[in-house]
Write a protein that binds this ligand. Sequence first.
Ligand code: MEV
Length: 317
Amino acid sequence: MIGMNRKNIGHGQATGKIILMGEHAVVYGEPAIAFPFEETSIMTTIESDQMMTLDCQYFCGNLAEVPARLKSVQKVIYQTLAELGQENTTLKITINSTIPAERGMGSSAAVAVAIVRGLFDYFKTPCSPETLLRLVDEAEKIAHGNPSGIDAAATSGSKPIFFIKGQPLELFPMNVSNAYLIVADTGIKGQTREAVSDVAHLFEEDKQLAAKHITELGRLTVQAKQAILMNDVPLLGTSMNQAHEHLKALTVSNKQLDHLVETARNNGALGAKLTGGGRGGCLIALVDSKRQAEKIADSLKNAGATAAWIQSLEVKK
Ligand code: MEV
């Protein structure tokens, strides 16, 4: 992490994340299971400059003039500098990312994590997990409206987590033998902010109905946790299938997600569901062999997915 040559340079890093179970319900206090997705990552480089500048895929120039979509990035930079007592410093912040933006992979939280880490590294100051998550949470309020904190926790860690909002982080050994997830991108931008706020509206309009789906999603997350601990891959798959139906009822899926979830199931997946905020973004499908995972990844690409990754659910030794 510490990158100091003769010229002082700070480095920060974070990964993408996948929510296995519990998205949206987690905002209402239900548990969720997530893990860092190391196939995608983000790096920041911080160095001295004559003014505050940002250099990333979407913008290169004066930090004060970033477009609306980068306001959460701007905020986390200013707040972190204030936290460090370095408001008057001028720096160049460069962001390199392979996490697809707005695909339910936590790119907004990951960029904030990597920026906070990079700035603390530049000023040679240790950053506690509490400070990191607090600063990232502020930025996520701009990006997502009402974040549960799961994206920040999953993108900043290196282990799967069983997450309940406001509670101490519980690491979760996701050690399932012969289980693979296919993560596939619909190619459509997800709309986490809108989806989170529409679930909130649903909750206001028909509290009983929305609460029923949210409670069921929580129950299915606990069931999935048990399935994982018992190495019961079919039960994990069933839990995922059922979760997708409740997410659909909460209006956070869309046609392309449903189509690809259906394609995965028709090609032998034990379970499939959207992952993350929904309304686009990514889906996940579960299988019990690498060969089957490759077959489903191909069928999803043939059905319109723009990218597919395969991830083993066995803990790396
Ligand atoms: C987004 O990755 C997950 C949501 O549950 C929102 C959140 O928990 O902040 C949809």
